[in-house]
Design a binder for this molecule. Structure first.
Ligand code: RB5
Length: 145
């Protein structure tokens, strides 16, 4: 499984913890960086979104202070379904029902233990398809409205 990860300054420490965890799990993770003390999160969101779209079947993880800016920015990129998850139930359904391809995390709102559980759940849950696929396609039709 290929994973692209990026953060702003607020998410830097948490990103390091997540990368270390993913490496321990033998995941193929690429750090798409940050831009130092005053990172503009939309730049990193676009970088990770492009990487996910360029590698079918891969996933992205974006970490900022709340996860909100990253999710708003990533969802502007056509083809991206970025979900901010604050607990494992949402992480599970983000994959099962929404076929999310980017997980957004708030470093200032969650501790590292919960974050790792969310990441694990997200990466190990498959899309259910069926009626949910129809709805996901409907989401992307909105991109052309
Ligand atoms: C940075 O201060 C903060 O605005 C950012 O990390 C994020 O929370 C934005 O949504």
């Amino acid at each position: 499984m290929k994973i692209w990860i990026g953060c702003d300054h607020a998410g830097f420490d948490r990103k390091r913890e997540v990368i270390a965890y993913l490496k321990e799990q033998n995941m193929d993770v690429t750090d798409c960086g940050y831009q130092g003390e005053h990172t503009d999160y939309p730049v990193i969101a676009k970088r990770v979104a492009d990487a996910v779209l360029g590698t079918p079947g891969s996933f992205g993880i974006l970490i900022c202070g709340t996860g909100l800016g990253m999710s708003i920015a990533a969802n502007k990129v056509k083809g991206i379904r970025a979900t901010l998850c604050t607990e494992t139930f949402s992480a599970k359904y983000a994959r099962l029902h929404n076929d999310a391809n980017i997980l957004c995390i708030g470093a200032r709102t969650l501790g590292s233990g919960v974050t790792i559980e969310i990441v694990d759940t997200f990466l190990h849950t498959d899309f259910e398809g069926g009626r949910h696929e129809t709805r996901v396609n409907m989401i992307h039709e909105l991109e052309n409205k």
